[in-house]
Design a protein around this ligand. Structure first.
Ligand SMILES: Cc1cc2nc3c(=O)[nH]c(=O)nc-3n(C[C@H](O)[C@H](O)[C@H](O)COP(=O)(O)OP(=O)(O)OC[C@H]3O[C@@H](n4cnc5c(N)ncnc54)[C@H](O)[C@@H]3O)c2cc1C
Length: 333
């Protein structure tokens, strides 16, 4: 569920106030696909994209579901980018050079990018020190080619052809070696990643063919989405949600007319089932109202669905060659 931030709750990490909840490295297919879900769930999501791209080498996409005539790669990339923007991702054209974990007292506070900061990035004082302690062992700093230093709790790696920036993590198990033509090459080891894209480093995720899924655009998109859900589940759990609730997160839109009149009671019953027996009534109440708010937002009227249909078609037309639209209309007359 997209949950309101409850920063006074000690179980909940301070997120979004000093960087991003998740930085996605790679804006090809798997990266934006993950970002659309994390941003829609309410996570501050940044996508950094520049460098070797598998998708850019494809001549024409003929096998992506939903495009019966196929789609050219530049239009497809523009659609992916627009979709990530619409979902609320911050898309930055920049190349990641290094990802490293933050130790307490790293002295990063003066250099960290704070463009999403709710406090405008002012002096943190004691609060900054507390955050540095909270971050220890589970947060990252991302350094880029254009000189950005970005702080984040989670990094999602979606760069099929580049993992050099992970070497600063000094995790030898992440790489494996193979010999070709008498030379030894270092590769990212797919075995390092589990089925949902998690790695042994808390907060580090990998999506797309780099994580072992078949090397096709649509499979990469699906895998990116799946890893996005793992990120959301971990984020919610870290914020004190019971695992069954965190992992049961869903992002659907349903028809208002299909809404069950007992939906509020169902939401509360679900919370009661998933929280441990010793949970306080206050906690049950708090989570129930958040789940109810989430559920409520997932129903749309038929008028709203129609408004969205038209807006969606217009948005598609933005990406279609004007000359093709004109020729099409002339042919129909
Ligand atoms: C020649 C060729 C033809 C193909 N044809 C097809 C096809 O017809 N149909 C099909 O389904 N699949 C095809 N594929 C496979 C498809 O392109 C991939 O499966 C898919 O693009 C993988 O998505 P991805 O997002 O994981 O990686 P990519 O598409 O490679 O995206 C990674 C992104 O990360 C960025 N990046 C890289 N390094 C960094 C960094 N350090 N910092 C920031 N950003 C970085 C890149 O600029 C890129 O935009 C083809 C692949 C190739 C090479």
């Amino acid at each position: 569920m997209p949950i309101e931030r409850a920063e006074s709750d000690p179980e909940i990490e301070p997120s979004g106030s000093d960087g991003y909840d998740v930085v996605i490295v790679g804006g090809g297919v798997s990266g934006p696909s993950a970002g659309i879900f994390t941003a829609r769930a309410g996570m501050d999501t940044c996508i950094l994209d520049r460098g070797p791209s598998s998708l850019a080498r494809c001549a024409y996409l003929a096998n992506y579901l939903g495009f019966p005539g196929g789609i050219d790669v530049s239009t497809f990339r523009a659609l992916c980018r627009a979709h990530a923007d619409a979902a609320g991702c911050r898309y930055i054209s920049d190349m990641v050079l290094e990802v490293r974990q933050v130790d307490a007292g790293d002295g990063l506070d003066s250099t960290v990018e704070r463009e999403t900061s709710s406090d405008g990035g002012g002096d943190d004082g004691d609060e900054g020190e507390e955050r540095a302690e909270d971050r220890a062992g589970e947060s990252f700093v991302v350094e880029t080619q254009d000189g950005r230093t970005i702080e984040t709790s989670r990094v999602l790696v979606a760069t099929k052809d580049d993992t050099t920036y992970l070497e600063a993590l000094e995790e030898s198990a992440m790489f494996t070696e193979a010999s070709h033509g008498g030379e030894t090459h270092r590769y990212f080891d797919r075995e390092y990643v589990d089925r949902e894209g998690r790695t042994p480093i808390p907060g580090l995720y990998v999506a797309g063919p780099l994580a072992g899924c078949p090397d096709q655009a649509i499979v990469s998109a699906g895998h990116g989405a799946r890893v996005g859900f793992a990120v959301i589940a971990d984020w919610l759990e870290n914020r004190g949600y019971p695992p069954a609730l965190a992992r049961g997160y869903w992002d659907w839109l349903s028809k208002e007319k299909s809404r069950d009149e007992n939906w509020k009671a169902h939401a509360r019953a679900f919370v009661e089932r998933t929280l441990p027996e010793e949970a306080s009534e206050e906690r049950v109440e708090e989570l129930s109202s958040e789940l109810q708010a989430h559920t409520d937002a997932l129903f749309v009227t038929s008028e709203e669905a129609e408004r969205r249909r038209r807006a969606g078609h217009r948005c598609l037309l933005d990406h279609v060659d004007d000359r093709v639209i004109e020729a099409y209309l002339e042919e129909r007359e």
